[in-house]
Design a protein around this ligand. Structure first.
Ligand code: SF4
Ligand code: SF4
Length: 235
């Protein structure tokens, strides 16, 4: 009798097993892996603590179990589908076995991005503006991103906030937050250090895998500042 993969695994049936195994080994080879997975009691405490498990067909217990059992087919499915449902809150770190399902998911996401998986590109598609903001300015979303068009569910509050943004910002006690195009002032020294860290730790290479256009824009921004401060980026 011919064996068939369960329906959800069939979605990735055309990917060679060797490729799935290669990615699984890349996750296992991460130096954090042994600290994040010690085995699983199947107690479900991580699921009870997980906010994403309430809203999605998602379970940190299944992630830990799949990796512990070395189920390569299910791992590949989770690598493409489940890991993007995690909000990286790490509430699951209360695992009595000492596991960190959220940490395991971090490693899996990094492997998915580093290998340029289509699922990673799709999952991160909507975040390019946020990634640009973080990497170009050193801060995440900026106040001037609050526009009535972007926040229709805020009603008139979004327009009122946008119209009076400078005034609202000046009301904040820390002067470093009297900014509208960044969340707070980031010094050139800090930005330089961030750029160098992102280059040296491979973050820029990961961005290139998922969004080449964004990578080019970021390189331009970074190179200019780094050159001004006497650094040249190696090719
Ligand atoms: S880190 Fe992810 S898996 Fe863990 S509790 Fe938060 S959302 Fe759930
Ligand atoms: S809390 Fe830990 S031991 Fe319990 S199901 Fe989750 S990963 Fe397994």
């Amino acid at each position: 009798m011919a064996l068939h993969a369960p329906p959800k695994l069939e979605r990735y049936a055309d990917i060679p097993y060797e490729e799935k195994e290669r990615l699984f080994q890349e996750v296992k080879a991460d130096p954090r892996f042994p600290d994040y997975l010690y085995g699983c009691y199947e107690c479900g405490i991580c699921v009870a603590a997980c906010p994403s498990a309430r809203f999605y067909d998602f379970s940190p217990r299944k992630i830990a179990q799949t990796l512990a059992r070395e189920d390569v087919e299910l791992f590949f499915y989770q690598l493409n589908e489940d890991v993007w449902n995690c909000s990286q809150c790490f509430s699951c770190n209360r695992c009595p076995r000492g596991n960190s399902p959220g940490g395991l998911i971090t490693i899996m996401r990094e492997v998915a991005v580093r290998n340029g998986l289509r699922s990673a590109k799709e999952a991160l598609e909507g975040y390019s503006r946020v990634i640009y903001k973080i990497m170009a300015t050193g801060t995440q979303v900026s106040p001037d991103m609050i526009q009535a068009d972007a926040f229709p569910d805020w009603g008139p509050v979004a327009k009122e906030t946008a119209d009076n943004l400078e005034l609202w910002r000046k009301a904040l006690p820390p002067e470093t937050m009297h900014t509208t195009s960044t969340a707070w002032e980031v010094s050139e020294q800090t930005l330089t250090e961030l750029y160098l860290i992102w280059h040296m730790t491979g973050v820029m290479d990961m961005i290139k895998e998922v969004d080449e256009g964004l990578h080019m824009i970021l390189l331009d921004v970074m190179e200019e500042l780094l050159e001004e401060r006497g650094y040249a980026l190696a090719e």
